[in-house]
Write a protein that binds this ligand. Structure first.
Ligand SMILES: [Zn+2]
Length: 358
């Protein structure tokens, strides 16, 4: 069996090799310069013996089986004076170890009462690795490249997924962005495989494939242009440059990096960008569905009012999140909420009719 090379794996491998070659009836004293072996097999044995996510789990189970098989006493001692011999690569000769535990002296797996729902879920997720959808991989790459172009940041897949779970974003909008990343909506090429409904894959106004990117940034139907213009206007109340939006940047809207000249992060600016873009794209999608599914054709003023109402809801949500007694560590500080929303003309109040001229 090939083990991941690490110092701890080497220690465990050496111990297993020794136990396999020492008669069981002979007392043995195991000297180690660190407390690692004593911790694994004496002080914290339960934790290590019952943690299948430990990369050395199999070798630990095998050693425990050997220890239980022994009739001679076994002592674990920490001896700082025991220096490990330096091993030169030329002298190094790998040995093959049988790490299969003897089931007479060790049970396979872990007892049910030693695990937790969290641990079992992690194990199941690790065992059941689902292959990613092509569209998901493509969208992750688009988000990564756009965030890199705009903010000089190259996020990993897990960082992108984590950004979609940010509490700065409304719960329903988080779900919406997750579905966007997986392309689960019935738009564009989805209809190519539905007999007699292929025409639904095209935008009736622009006569091009009705993809999420088209709906969000390109469609000529009143909606997206008005909303993005409003975003730029409210952004310019406080900040000078509104980033040029791409579909990848919208998917990666939870990963903005704005910095001062000294390189310090501007958290409030980043939060405002995330809230603004995520809520606006969700509104564009909702307006599109109302138009396509319910036949509602909103005027420019109605769209503007819907956006203002949505921004006010986002502001109220942020204000509610400052309630530490209710939300605990998931809440927001008053300072960050004030910094996010306050501008010289709009001091954390809901945006009313007077403010529409921004
Ligand atoms: Zn269109």
């Amino acid at each position: 069996m090939v083990m991941q090379p690490s110092f701890h794996t080497a220690l465990l491998g050496g111990l297993l090799h020794s136990l396999q070659n020492v008669p069981n009836s002979v007392p043995a004293t195991i000297l180690c310069p660190s407390t690692f072996l004593r911790s694994v097999f004496v002080t914290n044995r339960n934790d290590h013996e019952n943690n299948p996510l430990d990369p050395n789990f199999r070798i630990i189970k095998s050693i425990i089986a050997h220890l239980q098989e022994r009739s001679g006493r076994t002592y674990f001692k920490v001896d700082k004076s025991t220096a490990l011999p330096s091993i030169h690569k030329s002298n190094y000769s790998p040995i093959s170890l049988d790490v299969q535990p003897d089931l007479m002296f060790c049970s396979p797996g872990i007892p049910l009462n030693m695990g937790s729902q969290r641990l079992f879920t992690k194990i199941i997720v690790k065992l059941k690795r689902h292959s990613s959808r092509k569209s998901t991989i493509s969208n992750l790459d688009r988000a990564r490249c756009c965030v890199n172009d705009e903010f000089d940041l190259y996020p990993s897949d897990s960082t992108i997924w984590k950004s979609l779970r940010s509490t700065d974003i409304n719960r329903l909008t988080r779900n919406f962005l997750w579905k966007c990343m997986h392309e689960t909506f019935h738009v564009g090429t989805f209809w190519d495989n539905v007999p007699h409904l292929e025409h639904l894959g095209n935008c009736p106004t622009c006569t091009v494939p009705d993809t999420m990117e088209h709906i969000a940034l390109e469609c000529n139907v009143p909606g997206q242009k008005i909303i993005w213009n409003l975003c730029e206007k409210i952004w310019n109340l406080r900040y000078p440059l509104w980033p040029k939006l791409h579909w990848g940047l919208i998917l990666g809207c939870g990963l903005p990096r704005f910095r001062t000249n000294k390189g310090n992060r501007l958290r409030a600016k980043e939060r405002f960008f995330t809230i603004l873009v995520s809520a606006s794209i969700h509104l564009i999608w909702k307006l599109r569905n109302e138009r396509v599914l319910e036949g509602k054709n909103l005027t420019d003023t109605e769209i503007e009012n819907r956006w203002i109402s949505m921004i006010n809801s986002a502001l109220k949500r942020d204000q509610t999140l400052t309630n530490k007694a209710r939300f605990g560590s998931l809440g927001k500080t008053k300072q960050i909420v004030l910094e996010t929303w306050s501008t010289p003309n709009m001091r954390c109040r809901t945006i009313g009719r007077k403010a529409r001229g921004f």
